[in-house]
Design a protein around this ligand. Structure first.
Ligand code: ADP
Ligand code: MG
Length: 289
């Protein structure tokens, strides 16, 4: 496989003292830990082999997650540190983000000012631009997977959870098997017509909408309901009054572009970084990077 060697994998675990649980996921938990030899506090994603083995697809996904994470080096992407395994578990050691999920800040604040939202979206766009330039599609971009490095209000934001990320063999390779999170997933992912990089831009559009008004653009609970919503005559997405009355045309245009149903007509992350709402409103971002 593509994971770089780790001959001491059974031994390395001894160097970590495990602490509190940071989050629970589909295949296990994420716990805080301290690397004794360096004193660094880290996050460790612990995956139960029992939940993985007997299923080659899931094993392959673990290797994909590890091999993708290992390659990434960007200020807005969580950093890989180490990995090891025991008899019944895999451990993925990552940089600790102590500031919590963007999801929780949305719950706390209700919604963000346009300037704060643009600063957040800019950082996500930089992460996505970086991934896409390396032919990596994240496929699970949502506020639960966007973490603040510190508790400060202006902490840098990092994209995490490469659990269903995929590395494409070419720019335009299409993935057929649906994966993602309801509410954030792009329509072309669900129709299984084939999806690639544009699906991350759609999810970014959903996140942007949510940041600005505090609620989701898509409320359908079923795949059919959602597909019907975004292909019906009522689409494009609705900016309900009075919630959107004081939100700029530029912000709404940004969202409309990101939420373009046809993935071939949806702008790329590079293109959206040039959008006036992003290019004009993010004054504070340069000293974040
Ligand atoms: P899953 O694939 O199960 O969703 P995630 O990688 O998203 O797993 O981790 C689940 C949760 O654990 C995250 O939503 C977050 O709250 C927490 N978490 C994950 N990685 C870190 C980290 N590096 N620092 C702090 N908390 C983290
Ligand atoms: Mg997650």
């Amino acid at each position: 496989n593509k994971i770089s060697g780790n001959p001491n994998s059974y031994v390395n675990k001894v160097d970590y003292v495990f602490g509190r649980t940071l989050g629970a996921g589909a295949f296990g938990v994420v716990r805080q830990a301290r690397k004794v030899s360096t004193g660094e506090n880290v996050a460790v994603k612990i995956l139960l082999k029992k939940a993985l083995t007997g299923n080659d697809v899931q094993m392959q996904m673990l290797y994909d997650e590890l091999s993708i994470l290992q390659k990434l080096d960007h200020p807005n992407i969580v950093k890989f540190r180490d990995w090891f395994e025991s008899k019944d578990k895999f451990y993925i050691v990552i940089q600790l983000a102590t500031g919590g999920e963007l999801f929780d800040r949305i719950l706390q604040k209700g919604k963000f000012t346009e300037s704060d939202a643009a600063t957040i979206v800019y950082q996500i766009l930089k992460a996505v631009e970086y991934l896409h330039s390396r032919n990596i599609v994240h496929r699970d971009l949502k506020p639960e997977n966007l973490l603040y490095l510190t508790k400060e209000a202006d902490s840098p934001l990092v994209l995490s959870d490469f659990g269903i990320a995929r590395e494409l063999n070419s720019d335009d390779e299409l993935i057929r098997k649906a994966a993602g999170s309801m509410g954030y997933v792009a329509p072309e992912v669900l129709t299984t017509e084939g999806h690639g990089k544009p699906c991350d831009v759609w999810s970014l559009g959903v996140v942007t909408y949510t940041l600005l008004c505090g609620y989701s653009p898509f409320v359908a609970e079923s795949v059919e309901g959602f597909l019907e919503e975004c292909t019906s005559g009522r689409y494009p997405v609705t900016f309900h009054k009075p919630y959107w009355s004081s939100i700029s045309e530029e912000a709404q245009d940004f969202i409309l572009q990101a939420l373009t149903v046809d993935p071939l007509r949806r702008p790329t992350a590079v293109k959206l970084l040039e959008h006036p709402w992003i290019a004009g409103k993010t004054t504070k971002t340069d000293n974040l990077l």
